[in-house]
Structure formats: C-alpha cells, structure tokens
Design a protein around this ligand. Structure first.
Ligand SMILES: Cc1cc2nc3c(=O)[nH]c(=O)nc-3n(C[C@H](O)[C@H](O)[C@H](O)COP(=O)(O)OP(=O)(O)OC[C@H]3O[C@@H](n4cnc5c(N)ncnc54)[C@H](O)[C@@H]3O)c2cc1C
Ligand code: SF4
Ligand code: SF4
Ligand code: SF4
Length: 447
C-alpha cells in the first residue's frame, strides 16, 4: 500500500479550514501472508530485563484515584485542557472515542461532530488531565526508573547509529536510524505496519498520521515535521477491528511519535476507564526527542510561505538544529536563520512539557549527542534493544556506543527541559528530578 496515496503529494495549495478530518489511515490494507509467519523472531528470545507487565485495569497506584461522581466528558476536556492552552494535540482522545465522534482539525485540536454518549473515555485518556508517570512506567516497563535513570528515563542501550542504505539516509532527518529500524521490523515481519507521520493532502507540509507497510511508504514519510499531527489518532483508526483499515486482531504495529504523543498513547491504554485494547497489537513504540513544536498556520503558512515567500509545495526538508531554522527546496538551503524568527509560532502547551528524550518509548531517537548525519538511540526495553541490535546485525544500521560527551549533552538537554513546570498534569509525581540552577538559563526561549 502507498501511504496516504494522494496525501503524500504536497502539490496542493495551502488553505486552512476548520473542516473535521479523520487521519487517512483507513485506506484498505494490503493482504498479508498467513498469521503464523508473522510471529516476530524476537518474541522467542529471552528477555534481558523484566518484560513490560500486561495491561490490566487497576484502581490503585500513584495518581490513580476513584472517579469523581461528576461525569467528565469532552466538554470538560475542552475547558480543562484545550481552552487552557495545554492540549498538545496528541490525538489520544480522538483515538479513544468509542462512537467515533472526535476528529482531527486544522486548528490542531480535537473537535466533536455528533452526539456524545457520555462515556467519559476521552477525558480519562488525556495525559494532560493527569499523567501518573511512575504508575505508567510500572505498566509499560514493568518497573519504575532507578535513581541512576532519573534524568534519561528507563534505558538499556545508548548508541549513535546511521542507516547503511544511502536512499534511506538521504530521505531521513538525521542518520536515518528511525526509518532503517522500521524497515528492518517490516522486513523481519516483527510488524505489519508502522503508524508514522505523513503529509496532509490538503495542506502542504502539514503532518498527519499515516500507516506504512513498505519501504516506499517509509521513505516517503521519513524526516521530521515540526508541527503537531495528532499522531495517536492514527492508532485509533487502524487498531480497532471494524473501525479502520486493517480489521484484524493479528496485525502487529509499531507507533512512532513525539514524547507527548506516546504519553497520550499510554495514558489512553493504561487508565482503567480508557481503551487498553488499542495497544493490544502494538509491538513497539519509537519516540522522537523533542523540545517544542510550532503552530502550522503561523510557522509554515504565515512565516515560511507568507513572509519568506517559499511555496510550501516545493519544500523537501525542514530542520530545527543548533537553534537555527533550516528549510530546503531540493538540495538548496532557502532559509537559514535563528529559530527565534518563528518563536512567535511555538505552541504554548510545550511550556509545561518535561519529556525531552521520549521516556515512554521502547526506542527513543534524536539528533543531539551524535555527529551530523547520525542518530542518537536510547533503547528502553529488552524488545527495543533486540530490534536495534538485530537491525545492526542484519546490516540495516551502523551502530556504535554513544560518546560520553554526547550522552552528557543529551542529559543536559533533558535537565533543561525540566525547568518547565508540569504540575498542572503531573500533580502526584515525586520521581521527576528538578533542573540544576546552572542549566535553567541555557534553554532557547519557547516564546
Ligand atoms: C517536532 C520535533 C522536534 C524535535 N526536536 C528534537 C530535539 O530537540 N532534539 C533532537 O535531538 N531531536 C529532535 N527531533 C528528532 C529529530 O528531528 C529526528 O527525528 C531524529 O533525530 C531521528 O532522525 P532519523 O533520521 O533517525 O529519523 P527518520 O529516519 O527521518 O525517521 C523519523 C520518523 O519520525 C516520524 N515523524 C516525523 N515527524 C513527526 C512528527 N511531527 N510526529 C510524529 N512522528 C514524526 C517520521 O514519519 C519517521 O517515521 C525532533 C523531531 C520532531 C518531529
Ligand atoms: S488527549 Fe491529547 S489531543 Fe486530546 S485533549 Fe488531551 S492533549 Fe489534547
Ligand atoms: S462518547 Fe465518550 S469518548 Fe466520545 S466524546 Fe463523548 S464522552 Fe468523549
Ligand atoms: S515539547 Fe513536549 S508537548 Fe511539545 S511537542 Fe514536544 S513532546 Fe509534545
């Protein structure tokens, strides 16, 4: 299948509207070989540390309290999260609604079209209502982080990596390790699909969740989009039988997302009133390091296209690196200037985000800490570690331990992000370290 067949072609004028959208992940999936052949080779291997605990309802744990008597529905989500400027458009509420009346929108927030069944699921799926991190860690990783892992989060391996395939490397943002790992997982039938970030058909360079099942799909969706796309909404579209494209309990998925999107996915699937079955077929998650995202209309339409005159349909790459905004058309660098130029478009919900290194992913990837053209990888679960090492052994990745200096830099950025105050949605957390005062002054201002 071609991911978002038409939607990956950005040859459409940019026009924002507030029409509701579902992610275009519902196109028919390709037929697959018998399920027996889909068993991942990694499943048989012994785990090196505790496997994630099975997801099950619980009424206990840090941050897990009895439900209030007052019903909490989408209207409450609007007033307590969206209208307060702390919704990061992760898409968890959109994925979770059992009667499918929540949608993506051009305003980069969820919208409702239909009559609410007052089930409360969207409210309790939202990680900005409450994110009980220690409890989520126990469920996702089978344990909480140790004091040594306080800054980086639970981790097993720390690497620098590069895709060996030059075509993947060229298409990707940094070292192409993200795309190479997904390709390895597809080729080895560890997964059948990856929920990645593609492009909107309507608005050039606007991200949308897409499913990738082939090398071509992965190449088209490689690289980074610096505006939010409601990624978890894509999981909702494909993971529920009879509601999306795949319609099969047997199909196995990887989910790629920003740290907050993975928070949404795990909040949605671990809270006892939310939707555990959405994670049932997720074999592994891959998270991107992240310091902030920008508003699509303000950054891409108003600034890059409006003020700088770059036709969004011609852009081949956008990068935010070393505090500079870099925009390419083909091989040509057409914008290279301090990222402060688009600081006005930074989304305010990032001001309360403290997860830099995708602390809830099986595999976290970023640019910081490795040389140009390489990707930094942190593996956080035995499964993530096996996939990364398997990809290296099979010749998909060049892999080496990250340098001590590189790792220190990653830790520094993690600590810098913790200057932000998460207390509005992490009310009961004691496990999150505070930044050293010397680091607080170093961060690039969000607004
Ligand atoms: C908004 C944003 C902020 C980032 N901030 C930092 C940072 O501060 N420091 C740092 O070291 N790295 C940051 N990164 C990560 C970095 O840009 C690269 O994604 C990472 O280094 C991996 O490179 P790669 O070449 O291995 O990935 P690739 O091989 O290019 O694969 C990237 C994967 O991410 C998916 N993806 C792209 N954009 C999005 C999106 N918006 N939402 C969800 N999935 C997406 C793609 O579909 C693809 O599957 C950020 C990425 C994004 C999208
Ligand atoms: S679940 Fe995500 S998209 Fe929905 S309101 Fe909460 S933060 Fe926003
Ligand atoms: S039906 Fe449930 S999940 Fe959907 S909007 Fe209403 S309360 Fe939210
Ligand atoms: S800074 Fe945090 S909230 Fe903002 S996009 Fe990145 S992970 Fe999400």
């Amino acid at each position: 299948m071609v991911v978002g067949e038409m939607s990956n072609n950005p040859n459409t004028p940019s026009q924002s509207s507030s029409q509701p959208q579902k992610a275009p992940v519902s196109s028919p999936a390709p037929s697959k070989p018998p399920t027996a052949s889909l068993q991942p080779p990694i499943a048989a291997k012994p785990a090196t540390t505790a496997q994630p605990a099975p997801l099950k309802p619980s009424f206990e744990g840090e941050g897990w309290k009895p439900l209030p008597k007052k019903l909490k529905i989408f209207g409450n989500l609007l007033s307590e999260v969206v209208n307060k400027g702390i919704c990061m458009y992760c898409g968890a509420c959109i994925a979770s609604c059992p009667i499918d009346i929540l949608f993506h929108s051009d305003k980069e927030e969820p919208i409702m079209r239909g009559t609410c069944a007052v089930c409360q699921v969207c409210y309790y799926s939202c990680p900005r209502i409450e994110l009980p991190l220690a409890d989520v860690e126990r469920r996702v990783f089978g344990r909480e982080r140790t004091p040594e892992e306080a800054i980086l989060g639970i981790n097993i391996g720390r690497y620098s990596a590069m895709a060996k395939d030059p075509e993947l490397h060229r298409a990707a943002q940094d070292g192409g390790a993200g795309t190479a790992l997904l390709l390895y997982a597809l080729d080895q039938k560890i997964i059948d699909y990856a929920v990645v970030s593609g492009y909107s058909f309507k608005d050039p360079y606007r991200p949308e969740p897409q499913i990738a099942s082939t090398r071509e799909d992965l190449i088209k969706t490689a690289g980074s989009r610096y505006t939010p796309g409601g990624q978890v909404g894509g999981l909702g579209e494909i993971a529920i039988p009879n509601r999306g494209s795949t319609n099969s309990q047997e199909e196995r998925l990887a989910v790629v997302g920003l740290p907050c999107e993975l928070q949404g996915m795990w909040r949605m699937t671990t809270h006892w009133i939310a939707t555990p079955k959405l994670a049932k077929n997720v074999v592994f998650t891959m998270g991107l390091f992240c310091s902030k995202v920008f508003d699509y209309q303000k950054m891409m339409v108003d600034y890059v296209q409006g003020k700088r005159g770059i036709d969004l349909r011609t852009i081949t790459k956008v990068n935010v690196k070393k505090a500079r905004l870099l925009v390419y058309v083909g091989e040509k660098l057409v914008i290279d200037e301090p990222v402060e130029a688009v600081a006005f478009s930074a989304r305010e919900e990032c001001n309360v985000c403290i997860d830099y290194s995708a602390e809830l992913a099986d595999i976290a990837i970023g640019a910081i800490g490795s040389a140009t053209g390489w990707t930094t990888i942190l593996t956080r679960t035995p499964r993530g570690e096996e996939i990364v090492n398997g990809a290296a052994k099979a010749g998909y990745l060049e892999l080496k331990p990250i340098s001590e200096k590189g790792l220190k830099f990653v830790e520094k950025l993690c600590m810098m992000k913790r200057r932000r105050d998460p207390s509005v949605y992490m009310r009961n957390e004691t496990s999150v370290p505070k930044p050293e005062p010397s680091l607080v002054a170093l961060e690039i201002p969000v607004k």
